[in-house]
Design a protein around this ligand. Structure first.
Ligand SMILES: Cc1cc2nc3c(=O)[nH]c(=O)nc-3n(C[C@H](O)[C@H](O)[C@H](O)COP(=O)(O)OP(=O)(O)OC[C@H]3O[C@@H](n4cnc5c(N)ncnc54)[C@H](O)[C@@H]3O)c2cc1C
Length: 599
């Protein structure tokens, strides 16, 4: 096992750092805008874990700043955390103690087509997905990628880019030809398929091997998929509706030769808890504009037929009709009745909000290779529908607004598998190190909570965990996690969940590559890194910590009021859905989600 130094994780004020030669902006712990600058997606969830408090944040202007930061870290025996979009769920793109954070959110924004035909592009990593998607669409080009518009390419390239086109086109990273990286020795390298760094950086452990600056990607042309279709529709939340839609997914899993053209994803969202008295930590710190966007408790369906064989292939609507039939009445925003170009569809699959709820979360993403027989034997669709139903009071009080009894749930379930799936097929090439490429279904169940709901949320997630990791578990016999949807703070200690044995000895090989390119641990800024010695677990009372009130301003009295409200007659989720569906956009008021959700 690699002998990599354990990072400094003690939080301490350290004003000794001096950065006189940097061109970019340097913000030190203690500076007035430190809180705003160190804020990222995981802050409200993990601030108390002491891992999102870098001694300084270096907003690099260019390569020379990056190289200076690396040199500075080496000389001072400290580590560098690299952040581009700041969307790592465990907070791994930040650090603490004496360590520093290199912020690349604005550093690398060049974008150049490599040929006249626009089939290959070389671009910097500082693009949010929304902007990147729009740039490709200008030329009627697309690639598969994830669904959050503010996730940046810097991390996304390394964690995969799991999204709606997974069966039809695979992962975003499957289309990376080469990338440019600055390693711990200060060298700038272009790395191509076949090299050990290519294997390690794509899927190994983000941020641990060097600073990624650019990548060259192969992209696809709309004109090669002239009949593509998509369906994006929202339906009122209802447990039975959810179960029926999931049964359609299991039927899809059952047909192992289901064409790769089809992708199908179900998202469930409870209603955001807008309360006039509340200013949560995330509301106060979020950088990506005002988020006064509302929706009712709902199920959102994405389905797509990619027309992989081009002109000669005709569209058969049977699968989409089955979805529509079980879903019933809903708001159809993208219809399969007409052709929609792939580059437009990929825009429709991006959710136009900065975070689901402006609260801290406890996250879970599980990957399963269970076949349909196993899923049916274990009644998984019933089980997961019950778990989601159990997470939240899904109804609403007309006079007082949404009721905060139960946590705020964001769940997403998608089919990735089958013999024809390119997610599965591309994985067999083993050119990158992404694990669990034999997955059939990925299931995310995230819970966002007010501080008084913290213990209840922990309990809910504990029950969800029973769905994996043992022979009788409803979803998967094994506990298989994905780096993009991490929920651990210590990757080395739980590496068996994140890394498979394809090829055999993968984790050990990655540790060796890490040792080769970063022998002194410059890119080991926290415990969400590979190759660290596994600590003896501390006695943590089942992991339940006392939360300080980062999440909101509620008092015990307000909580009691919320519980009382839950007892009064409520609108059903169905009524609430249609009430909100007829809401018009009004200046100065909260915007219904579907008014802003366009490609
Ligand atoms: C709301 C939300 C929705 C998401 N949806 C999806 C989805 O649909 N599909 C999906 O696949 N993923 C999804 N993700 C996960 C996301 O794609 C990954 O966490 C991604 O790595 C984030 O990249 P980033 O640059 O935005 O984040 P960061 O936090 O800046 O970086 C993520 C990781 O990459 C490292 N890193 C970042 N930039 C560089 C760089 N230039 N050089 C070296 N290391 C770097 C960081 O150190 C960190 O470990 C979602 C995340 C969120 C919060």
């Amino acid at each position: 096992m690699a002998d990599i130094p354990i990072p400094e994780i003690v939080s301490e004020i350290n004003n000794k750092h001096q950065f006189p030669e940097f061109k970019g902006k340097v913000i030190k712990r203690g500076d007035v805008d430190y809180d705003a600058q160190s804020y990222q997606y995981a802050s409200s969830s993990h601030l108390e874990d002491g891992i999102i408090q870098p001694a300084a944040i270096i907003k690099a202007a260019d390569d020379s700043d990056v190289i200076k930061a690396i040199k500075y870290a080496s000389e001072n025996k400290i580590a560098v955390a690299v952040r581009t979009g700041g969307h790592q769920y465990s907070g791994a793109s930040s650090t603490s103690g004496k360590n520093i954070q290199l912020d690349l959110s604005q550093t690398y924004k060049d974008f150049d087509w490599d040929d006249e035909n626009c089939t290959s592009v070389t671009l910097g990593v500082s693009f949010p997905l929304g902007e990147f998607n729009a740039k490709l669409r200008e030329k009627n080009r697309f690639v598969p990628h994830g669904q959050c518009q503010y996730v940046n390419l810097g991390g996304h390239i390394q964690t995969g880019g799991y999204g709606q086109l997974a069966r039809s086109f695979g992962l975003f990273s499957d289309h990376v030809k080469k990338f440019r990286i600055i390693t711990a020795d200060g060298q700038v390298r272009w790395v191509a398929q076949g090299e050990d760094l290519f294997f390690a950086v794509l899927g190994g452990s983000p941020g641990n091997f060097g600073v990624l600056t650019h990548a060259t990607l192969n992209v696809f042309r709309d004109q090669d998929y002239p009949n593509s279709r998509g369906l994006r529709a929202a339906y009122p939340y209802d447990r039975q509706r959810l179960k029926d839609l999931l049964d359609v997914m299991v039927e899809m899993v059952e047909d192992e030769n289901f064409p790769a053209d089809y992708d199908y994803c179900i998202t469930v969202l409870s209603e955001p808890p807008f309360r006039t008295f509340e200013l949560t930590y995330d509301m106060a710190h979020r950088k990506e504009g005002q988020q006064m966007v509302a929706w009712p408790p709902m199920i959102v369906v994405f389905a797509q037929w990619a027309n992989l064989q081009g002109e000669k292939q005709t569209y058969n609507p049977d699968f989409f009709n089955k979805i529509k039939q079980v879903a019933g009445k809903g708001l159809v925003q993208v219809s399969d009745k007409e052709h929609t170009p792939m580059s437009t569809l990929t825009g429709h699959w991006i959710v136009p909000i900065s975070r689901e709820f402006e609260l801290p979360y406890i996250k879970r993403t599980y990957s399963s290779n269970s076949n349909s027989q196993r899923l049916k034997e274990h009644k998984w669709t019933d089980w997961i529908s019950d778990r989601i139903e159990d997470g939240r009071n899904w109804n609403y009080d007309k006079t007082s607004g949404p009721i905060d009894v139960g946590c705020n749930v964001a769940a997403q379930i998608q089919h990735f598998g089958g013999n024809n799936s390119r997610f599965n097929q591309n994985g067999k090439r083993n050119t990158a190190s992404f694990s669990w490429r034999d997955a059939n279904i990925l299931c995310t169940v995230d819970a966002f909570y007010h501080s008084y709901q913290y213990e209840q949320t922990i309990e809910w997630q504990k029950k969800n965990d029973e769905g994996v990791g043992k022979p009788e578990a409803a979803f998967c016999e094994h506990d298989r996690r994905v780096l993009w949807g991490s929920y651990d703070l210590d990757l080395s200690a739980s590496h068996q969940y994140y890394y498979d044995q394809n090829p055999e000895g993968k984790y050990e090989r990655l540790c060796k590559i890490k040792q080769k390119y970063d022998p002194s641990g410059v890119f080991t800024p926290n415990r969400f890194c590979i190759g660290l010695p596994v600590p003896v677990p501390a006695d943590s009372k089942d992991g339940i910590k006392k939360r300080i009130k980062l999440s909101g301003s509620e008092t015990a009295k307000e909580r009691a009021a919320a519980i009382e409200l839950a007892k009064v007659p409520q609108l059903s989720a169905e009524d609430r859905f249609w009430e909100m569906a007829s809401t018009e956009r009004e200046l100065g008021k909260t915007v219904p989600l579907w008014n802003i959700w366009r490609a």
